[in-house]
Design a protein around this ligand. Structure first.
Ligand SMILES: Nc1nc2c(ncn2[C@@H]2O[C@H](COP(=O)(O)OP(=O)(O)OP(=O)(O)O)[C@@H](O)[C@H]2O)c(=O)[nH]1
Ligand SMILES: C[C@H](OP(=O)(O)O)C(=O)O
Length: 233
C-alpha cells in the first residue's frame, strides 16, 4: 500500500495563530508530522510526505528506522489536486497524472494521537474506500482502492467523499476511531494532545516545552499556557 501524508510546510496551522507564534506553529506541525510518520512506519508502511515546500526529514528527529522509511515529494498544487495525482489510476481517471495501481492511503499530518493499531485497522479494511472522519466532518485518513474515486477536501469533506463513493459505485466503510478522528485545528483541540497524547510522542512534548498544561476548571479540563518565569518555579 502507498501511504501519502500531505503536509503544508509553510505557515502551517494558521487556525492556531491566537495561541502559537509562526515559529511555534511550524515546530508543532512538524512534531505532529513526526508522530504520524512514526505510527505509519510502525504499522509496516513506508510513507511519502507530499509537502508544499522542501523539508528535510532528518530535522524531524525521527528514529533511524523511521527516517529510513520516509520519503518526501514536493508538490505545490492545492491539497485536493496533489492527493488526486497520487490515487490509484485507471480508465476512469480524468486527470493527466499517472497514479499507482495498488491501494493508496492518505493520512493527514495533524493527527497528533495517531496510533499504530488504529492505522493497521484502517489499512486492513477491504472496501473500495475507507474513511476515518474527523470531528466536524473532515476526512482525517482514508484508503482508496477504486481508481474511479477522487477526493475533494475542505468543508464537510467526509460527507462529500461519501457522495463521491456512491456516485462511482465504490463500497465504503467508515472507521470510527478517536485516534484517527482527532485532528488538531483549533486552540480547543490542544487539550486532546495533552490528555490523550502518548507520553513519548513529539506533539505533547512540544506543547509542554512551550508551557502548555492542563487546567481543570468548572468540572471541565482545558489548557493554559504558563509564562517561562512561572514554569521555573
Ligand atoms: N500537500 C499539501 N498539504 C496540505 C495543504 N493544505 C493542508 N495540507 C495538509 O493537509 C492536512 C489538513 O490540513 P489543515 O488541517 O487545513 O492544516 P493546515 O493547512 O496546516 O492548517 P490551517 O492553516 O489552520 O488550515 C494537514 O496535514 C496539512 O499539513 C496543501 O495545500 N498541500
Ligand atoms: C483538509 C480538511 O481538513 P480540516 O480543515 O477538516 O482539518 C478536510 O478534512 O477536508
Amino acid at each position: 500500500m502507498h501511504v501519502v501524508v500531505p503536509f503544508a510546510a509553510t505557515d502551517p496551522k494558521t487556525r492556531l495563530e491566537s495561541v502559537l507564534s509562526p515559529t511555534e506553529r511550524s515546530a508543532f506541525a512538524r512534531a505532529m508530522l513526526a508522530d504520524v510518520l512514526s505510527a505509519i512506519v510502525e504499522a509496516g508502511q513506508k510513507p511519502t510526505v507530499v509537502s508544499t515546500a522542501p523539508i528535510d526529514p532528518a530535522e524531524l528527529d525521527l528514529p533511524t528506522h523511521v527516517l529510513e522509511a520516509v520519503s518526501v515529494a514536493v508538490d505545490d498544487r492545492p491539497l485536493t489536486d496533489a492527493v488526486n495525482a497520487r490515487l490509484p489510476s485507471g480508465e476512469h481517471s480524468d486527470h493527466g497524472d499517472e497514479g499507482p495501481s495498488e491501494a493508496v492511503a492518505v493520512v493527514m499530518a495533524d493527527l497528533a494521537l495517531a496510533a499504530t493499531d488504529a492505522l493497521e485497522d484502517l489499512f486492513a479494511t477491504e472496501t473500495a474506500v475507507a474513511i476515518a472522519p474527523g470531528r466536524g466532518g473532515g476526512t482525517n485518513a482514508l484508503v482508496v482502492r477504486d481508481p474511479a474515486f477522487r477526493v475533494d477536501y475542505h468543508g464537510a469533506s467526509y460527507l462529500d467523499h461519501r457522495e463521491i463513493a456512491e456516485e462511482v459505485g465504490a463500497s465504503l466503510e467508515t472507521v470510527d476511531s478517536l485516534r484517527l478522528g482527532t485532528d488538531i485545528d483549533e486552540p480547543d483541540d490542544l487539550v486532546e494532545v495533552l490528555v490523550h497524547g502518548d507520553e513519548r510522542a513529539r506533539a505533547p512534548e512540544t506543547l509542554r516545552d512551550l508551557g502548555f498544561e492542563l487546567e481543570r476548571r468548572d468540572g471541565r479540563v482545558g489548557v493554559v499556557r504558563c509564562e517561562p518565569a512561572d514554569r521555573d518555579r
